[in-house]
Design a protein around this ligand. Structure first.
Ligand code: ADP
Ligand code: ADP
Length: 229
């Protein structure tokens, strides 16, 4: 069986009397070590998929397996452990603590986790060895996103989930950040799953899952994911 499986996953957001269907029965599998791009228009359901996979939200029905565990049946305590130890998150707007340095931001994230990686090595791996004593405001957008990636990786997660990590960056900077995520996936052998609505960047995925109106529109496998020139 696959490392990750979504089986007929549905999500309905309830706001009082109003029901908002976000996922209408989603099926896909992801293998260990795959670099996966999730693409689709705004409102298609991409973030909902990532949030459910990362244990930040629960599905209304269906089953989700990760590494043989039925995550969709986890209780709150199990979800907290799962989020803390197994999942690294990267967001569009970096979410760095402004009054902490690069190194302190990464350190903070490792304090509650079981098997953190070496902080200096992780910062060096994202190309910021010489910036570790800088504050976020002293870094460019692309550099701040690298800090956010280092912070997520330092937890030594099984899954790295990235919601529009290039959304606030210009095209070339975004491409470099995506290349870093692709290299990270290859070097560490973990699953890296990236949401982007930039169609020009989807060709980098080993697998491209296109989402539309809460359903999977297509799943493409790239035998030769396009290298970034
Ligand atoms: P995408 O990431 O593709 O832009 P989302 O997963 O954020 O799409 O949203 C899917 C649908 O669910 C949209 O109609 C959105 O408005 C709705 N939605 C997302 N989050 C919430 C929420 N917390 N409460 C109510 N509706 C939501
Ligand atoms: P971008 O082109 O991504 O917007 P910037 O023009 O903001 O980048 O920054 C270019 C370079 O200058 C980056 O390497 C960034 O780290 C550095 N830099 C920007 N602001 C400061 C600052 N206040 N202190 C130190 N370095 C800075």
């Amino acid at each position: 069986s696959s490392y990750i499986e979504f089986q007929d996953v549905k999500k309905i957001y309830r706001m009082g009397e109003v029901e908002i269907p976000a996922l209408a029965g989603v099926n896909f599998t992801i293998e260990k070590g795959e670099f996966v791009v999730i693409a689709g228009a705004s409102g298609a359901g991409k973030s909902t998929i990532l949030n459910i996979l990362g244990g930040m939200d629960s599905c209304t029905s269906g089953k989700i397996y990760v590494d043989g565990n039925l995550v969709s049946d986890y209780n709150e305590k199990e979800l907290t452990t799962y989020r803390r130890y197994d999942i690294g998150f990267v967001f569009q707007f970096y979410n760095l603590v402004q009054n902490l340095t690069v190194k302190e931001n990464v350190e903070l994230a490792t304090q509650i986790c079981k098997h953190p990686l070496d902080i200096d090595e992780t910062i060096a791996a994202v190309g910021l060895a010489d910036r570790k004593n800088n504050f976020p405001a002293q870094l460019s957008g692309g550099e701040q996103q690298r800090v956010a990636i280092a912070r997520a990786l330092a937890k030594n997660p099984k899954l790295l989930l990235c919601d529009e990590p290039t959304g606030a960056l210009d095209y070339n900077t975004g491409k470099q950040v995506l290349k870093l995520l692709q290299d990270t996936c290859r070097e560490r052998g973990i699953c890296v799953i990236v949401i982007t609505h930039n169609l020009a960047l989807t060709a980098m995925g080993d697998k491209v899952i296109k989402v539309r109106n809460g359903l999977i529109e297509s799943i493409e496998i790239n035998e030769n994911p396009m290298p970034v020139e």
